[in-house]
Design a protein around this ligand. Sequence first.
Ligand SMILES: C[S@@+](CC[C@H](N)C(=O)[O-])C[C@H]1O[C@@H](n2cnc3c(N)ncnc32)[C@H](O)[C@@H]1O
Length: 215
Amino acid sequence: MNIEKLLNLLNTSGININDESNNINRFGVYPKTQKECEIKYKNTTLLPLDIVLEKHHYYYGNPWIKGLLTMEILNYYGIQKSNKLLEFGCGALRNGIHIIRYLNNNSYFGSDCDIDSLKAAILYELPMNDLIHKNPIIKLDNNFNINFVTNKVDYVLSTAVLHNDMDKKILENAIINAYSILNDTGYFIVTNFDITYIIKNTNFYLYDKKYYSTI
Ligand SMILES: C[S@@+](CC[C@H](N)C(=O)[O-])C[C@H]1O[C@@H](n2cnc3c(N)ncnc32)[C@H](O)[C@@H]1O
């Protein structure tokens, strides 16, 4: 993100970010509670109301903008437009929308077991962000399978998905699959999970030599 340009835009906009006095010139601006929106929008949309109200932006315990930070981390790890990326537990594409926008067509693969998240991803986030034409592949799956991924990938990403208290078999499957789909110089980037736990407690010592990063 270009902070200098952002600050310049703010400074030239006439907004004083530190001015907390009442914003009185709100013609046509009528803030509503979520309940009021639920009543007002009911029967006005073909999409499920929860999706239109963007309830999926509050599914994961921290702000939706975190997806942009994930993109910055991928930039730090050298992501290129021509790369391929697999995301385990992609949810409603909080990370995915930034990654899909950045990568070339046919380069993003995501899986998740939560139907509501995937509905929001496919029915709302992708069209809303004008990203359908990038041909991401999204799969409903609860076992971190890779059979839907057509190429070796440069990154396997998994943010706030793998946990040390998860079923060991599922974790092992995720790690085996991540490393078998990664190309030789690829990165496995995960948050909230220390792979050394599973390396120490199983026969996964092979993998600690490969590229791995927690953030
Ligand atoms: C805290 S959310 C994070 C979503 C996304 N990674 C993000 O950062 O926006 C955890 C996600 O992991 C998914 N998940 C948990 N266990 C899973 C499993 N066994 N297989 C696939 N997805 C799983 C959940 O459905 C949920 O979407």
